[in-house]
Design a protein around this ligand. Sequence first.
Ligand SMILES: [Zn+2]
Length: 71
Amino acid sequence: MTEENLQDCDIIFYCKDCEEVVETNRVGRKYVYTCKKCGTKNVAFGTKKSISSFFRLDEPKPGEKKVVVPK
Ligand SMILES: [Zn+2]
């Protein structure tokens, strides 16, 4: 079994306009999805792993301070 890798195989949707992972509405029977938040079709989808690495979701954006919680 490879259940531990399941998360990386999950399909997620990333809105390029909102610049975040969003929920989507599917348009008709086509493989077209619109962002539930802003309504555009500027949505990319893929596995969590590929989206995260492609859009560098793990890295803090320029100008965005990384919050460090002191122990
Ligand atoms: Zn959006």
